[in-house]
Design a protein around this ligand. Structure first.
Ligand SMILES: C[S@@+](CC[C@H](N)C(=O)[O-])C[C@H]1O[C@@H](n2cnc3c(N)ncnc32)[C@H](O)[C@@H]1O
Ligand SMILES: Nc1nc2[nH]cc(C(=O)O)c2c(=O)[nH]1
Ligand code: SF4
Ligand SMILES: [Mg+2]
Length: 239
């Protein structure tokens, strides 16, 4: 039986983007192909997968850090009235074949860095919501930016919004974000997404200037509906 590294399973509300407040089960896969400068999530292999059985209790059962599909299905089924199950990480698309095989208790909400187009093709008919990040120059190590952004466009084409799937784009904005880069990217993907979310970076030395981000929103609104939404779960200590 195939097992994949998972660090957390819990129930909370979506803290980011257009579905903020929606009740979700979260499954956090371990491992990532990028190393973003602002990343708020540990990328190392943990000793356990922490399972919070009672939402908000802060009491965690320690599971094996390697889980099979039925372990994930059983734990997420413990939660009621879910809007969706968020598959996050790390980068969940590293485990695309495994994700395609999951039988989850609610629609699937994928959080992804949109850099693995072959993997995106594998999950495209198995996901209902796509929170697709765009990673801009200077935010991650290695990789030729032109090739990187082509892979990003290919992921958006593959996972685009349609009758069965909502795909939106999230861009973390720091003081180093180049506004022209953001405009170029949104021009390229605007037909594939329902909206753009500008997510000001949280707890970081390169915090965003408010006037700059409002001006970016004003310009993006010429192309696509654009919302500025910070990470809300961190405001009230929710997981
Ligand atoms: C930890 S990532 C996991 C999913 C995927 N690897 C990705 O980057 O989209 C989940 C979300 O958190 C965002 N994020 C990470 N660190 C952040 C920070 N310091 N401030 C704001 N958003 C952050 C990412 O940009 C992404 O939208
Ligand atoms: N409440 C809550 N909302 C989230 N939205 C994206 C998250 C993530 O880490 O992927 C996250 C998370 O970890 N918690
Ligand atoms: S892609 Fe996501 S998980 Fe990976 S380093 Fe960047 S923010 Fe963190
Ligand atoms: Mg997070």
């Amino acid at each position: 039986m195939e097992r994949k590294p998972v660090s957390e399973i819990f129930c909370a509300v979506q803290g980011e983007g257009p579905y903020v407040g929606a009740r979700q089960a979260f499954v956090r896969f371990v491992g990532c192909n990028l190393n973003c400068s602002y990343c708020d999530t540990p990328l190392d292999e943990p000793d356990y997968c922490l399972f919070e059985k009672v939402p908000g209790s802060g009491e965690f059962e320690k599971l094996s850090p390697l889980l099979c599909a039925s372990d994930i299905e059983e734990r997420t089924r413990a939660f009621d009235n879910l809007h969706s199950v968020s598959l996050t990480g790390g980068e969940p698309l590293l485990y695309a074949e495994f994700i395609r095989g999951l039988d989850l208790p609610a629609p699937v909400y994928l959080e992804t860095n949109m850099t693995l187009p072959e993997k995106a093709a594998i999950v495209k008919d198995s996901v209902d919501y796509v929170a697709g990040d765009v990673k801009l120059p200077g935010e991650f190590e290695g990789s030729n930016f032109v090739e990187h952004i082509e892979r990003t466009y290919q992921c958006f084409r593959t996972l685009r919004s349609n009758q069965h799937r909502d795909c939106f784009c999230k861009i973390v904005v720091t003081s180093s974000t180049n506004m022209a880069d953001v405009m170029d990217v949104v021009e390229q993907i605007s037909d594939y997404i329902s909206c753009v979310i500008l997510q000001p970076v949280t707890q970081h030395t390169r915090a965003t200037d408010i006037q700059t981000i409002l001006s970016l929103q004003e310009n993006l609104l010429e192309i696509k509906n654009t919302l500025i939404i910070p990470q809300t779960h961190k405001m009230w200590g929710c997981l």
